[in-house]
Design a protein around this ligand. Sequence first.
Ligand SMILES: N[C@H](CCC[C@H](N)C(=O)O)C(=O)O
Length: 277
Amino acid sequence: MQFSKWHGLGNDFVIVNGMKEHFSDYRQQALAVCDRNFGIGADGLVIILPSDIADFKMRIFNSDGSEADMCGNATRCVARYLYETGLTAKTAMTLDTLAGIIKPELIFENGKLATVKVDMGQPRLKRGETPMAGNPEEHAIHVPLEVNGKTYFVTCLSMGNPHCVIFVDDVATIDLPVIGPKIETHSLFPKKTNVEFIQVIDAHTLRMRVWERGAGITKACGTGASAALVAAVLNGHTGRKATVKLDGGNLFIEWADNNHIYKSGPAVEVFRGEYLL
Ligand SMILES: N[C@H](CCC[C@H](N)C(=O)O)C(=O)O
């Protein structure tokens, strides 16, 4: 199987052209390919497929084999991959995902790629959309969540995939490997959840550490950074534009007047190869 290895701020993916490479069980393949000892090693496997409602279809599988609705960092990598492999001549394209149509755009300055800007669509704020237990019409902003005998105040929402955002004084004090999986699999979240711990640096800067659903600690999470900005606005911590500082680098997020979230950041191809199925 021919593949290309990409990362967005260290959140890394194996990208495969599903129109050329054919294998049956994507979930099983994701488990094998993402294994950092027995496979290629990645946070996720991304398959590009044809679509009749967008330029391409993008399916994302976490390293535990689960299929995700959406992946912000992978979207930037896929946009660059499609353009640089000549699968599209467009610099602004549409990707059909389980979270809806996502629109990445390659932004060039003086003929060089400056950044990839993605229209991530609209945040979904109702419990029923996250999904999260409780009144499905209600928003979950700064609500108590009991874990390990400790009460956290969480703000939960969907970017097409579920997010549980928790504001803390110092993200360095969070024991992510312990608390992350407990919140990820908490009974409040019927489809589990991604977990973002956020420290407010100032009114336009957030520091984020993330435990991802189906992948564990990652260097960055695009949908998570988007959810973090929405939660920061809803809790009065920032304006509608902010830099989110992740372990792997910075993402710039904007919650625009059209209610869409725009996320800008890099996408890097590290190597290409042939994986022996
Ligand atoms: N683990 C996520 C998918 C990957 C999201 C993340 N890598 C991003 O950049 O948005 C989930 O199961 O919802």
